[in-house]
Write a protein that binds this ligand. Structure first.
Ligand code: NAD
Length: 471
């Protein structure tokens, strides 16, 4: 295996995970961030984000194969490949804000001296971004033969980021030159050859020595489009099942049965068919908007994506109405909330539908006691603790004397609560589950009033369930 010297710019969810994993795959990695506090924390052995396996991987490689710095110039000069993994947030128009990518590309350009470099887009960017990066670098006087720009979109999911990175469904490389394509394929060779999976310390997952991940070489434009189109498609799948859930509610069917039946069709597949309170996070909302914007710029009507966004927004409102239907009025009610992160397994609260719902509850005059296994510190920066907003140390403390308990994030531990304890902890045994973690029949038998998404309401006195139905 060829050891490649790599710089990764940005030490967020993607950059830090990529740095740790590249090091684990045997490469020499310099992870760059312009946030000095983060760099100091990482140098001191800290891990700023919550991801399984990440602390172990960083600890194992910190001494010899991964270093942290804010000096992009030095990192560029010492690396063969420079991965740009900075944020590409949504701008006011819906397009991707590429100013961080632009700033990094300019600094890389000013740092290239005599050695050939491949600059790799790891961030999610719109089609044509590689062209812009190339122009920025050329504009800074770097001769064409000294660099290539390639695209290597990242498909990891927060919460399972390390496993996703090391066991990807596919590795996509968009490159126009053979030289760049070769360097990138050698970086991923430990995975594509299966060699990594033979290591005793390899992180377990679905790939293995005999079934390594496929490697797809495309044009840079195609690679950029693969990422945007994939995220838009997944968001569409979620919005689709959410509307199906609403139909199920209207006719008294169970969406879990419907999605199970749909997902058994290999053309559809079971994933991303879970009804809930809508998608969130730092990727789907902004990537759907950015892809819609790309189409708009090209005079292509992609109204389907607008609909995906509208459905997602309405799904949160629908859930809120469901809470209202269970409580009648909000002022002075005490609500227990399980989950603030946008999904289980992560501390990320960016665009979290759970956070939106908590904010609405507070606006309506409720008192909220919330628990999340990983996201509470971040949530406190958005909604500081106070008289009406309490952050508590476990799910039962959130439920204590509450008028209702809301499940807003699909953490596995929320699916394994002691229901008897929960019942006597709540003031009224009402559970409103935005993630369908429990079986409605079991909840009825345990004497809960249980409202979920796309499934019939359960109530200990079944006739009374009608009272909770949406008008
Ligand atoms: P993030 O906000 O967690 O991290 C970005 C990091 O870049 C921050 O640490 C920031 O300090 C740093 N940064 C910004 N400007 C910099 C500069 N000039 N020099 C050095 N560092 C700089 O972002 P993220 O979630 O890791 O996402 C990064 C990109 O990857 C985005 O384009 C995102 O869409 C894409 N992506 C994210 C995920 C995900 O699940 N988070 C998955 C796939 C792709």
């Amino acid at each position: 295996m060829e050891m490649v010297s790599i710089a990764v710019v940005g030490s967020g969810y993607v950059g830090l995970v990529a740095s740790a994993c590249f090091a684990e795959m045997g490469h020499s990695v310099i992870c760059v961030d312009n946030d000095e506090t983060k760099v100091r924390l990482l140098r001191d052995g800290g891990v700023p984000i919550h991801e399984d396996y990440l602390p172990e991987l960083l600890n194992r490689n910190r001494a010899n194969r991964v270093e942290f710095t804010s000096d992009l110039r030095d990192a560029t000069q010492r690396s063969q490949a420079i991965f740009i993994a900075v944020g590409t947030p949504q701008s006011k128009t819906g397009s991707a804000d590429l100013s961080y990518v632009d700033a990094v590309a300019s600094e890389i350009a000013r740092s290239i001296d005599s050695d050939y470099k491949v600059i790799v887009e790891k961030s999610t960017v719109p089609v044509y971004t590689n062209e812009w990066i190339r122009r920025v670098i050329e504009r800074n006087g770097v001769p064409r033969e000294l660099f290539d720009v390639a695209s290597n979109p990242e498909f990891l999911r927060e919460g399972t980021a390390v496993v996703d990175f090391l066991h990807p469904d596919r590795i996509v490389i968009g490159a126009e030159s053979e030289r760049a394509g070769k360097l990138l394929s050698s970086i991923y060779e430990p995975l594509t050859s299966g060699a990594y999976y033979r290591l005793p310390q390899s992180v377990p997952g679905c790939c293995g020595e005999k079934n390594p991940p496929p490697f797809l070489l495309t044009s840079t434009k195609a690679a950029e489009l693969i990422k945007h189109a994939s995220n838009a498609f997944l968001a569409m799948k979620i919005s689709f099942i959410n509307v199906v859930a609403n139909v199920c509610e209207a006719v008294g069917a169970d969406v879990e049965q419907v999605s199970r039946g749909m997902g058994m069709d290999s053309r559809i597949g079971p994933r991303f068919l879970r009804a809930g309170i809508g998608y969130g996070g730092s990727c789907f909302p902004k990537d759907v908007a950015a892809f819609r914007h790309v189409a708009e710029q090209l005079n292509i009507d992609f109204g389907l994506l607008k609909e995906v966004e509208t459905i997602n927004e309405e799904q949160k409102q629908r859930f809120f109405q469901k809470v209202r239907s269970a409580l009648w009025t909000f002022r002075g009610k005490r609500i227990g909330v399980l989950g603030i992160a946008f999904k289980g397994g992560t501390d990320d609260i960016r665009e979290s539908p759970a956070l939106d719902i908590v904010e609405q509850l507070l606006k309506e005059g409720c008192t909220v006691s919330a628990f999340d296994p990983a996201a509470m510190e971040r949530a406190k920066e958005i909604i500081p603790p106070g008289q009406c907003m309490r952050y508590v140390s476990d799910p039962y403390a959130a439920a204590q004397d509450a008028d209702a308990l809301l499940i807003l994030t699909d953490w596995q531990e929320f699916a394994e609560l002691d229901l008897d304890r929960l019942h006597y902890t709540l003031r009224y045994p009402i559970v409103i589950d935005g993630r369908n973690l429990y079986d409605p029949d079991e909840m009825r038998q345990r004497e809960f009033t249980y409202l979920s998404v796309g499934r019939p309401i359960s109530h200990p006195m079944q006739d009374a369930a009608a009272a909770y139905r949406l008008p």
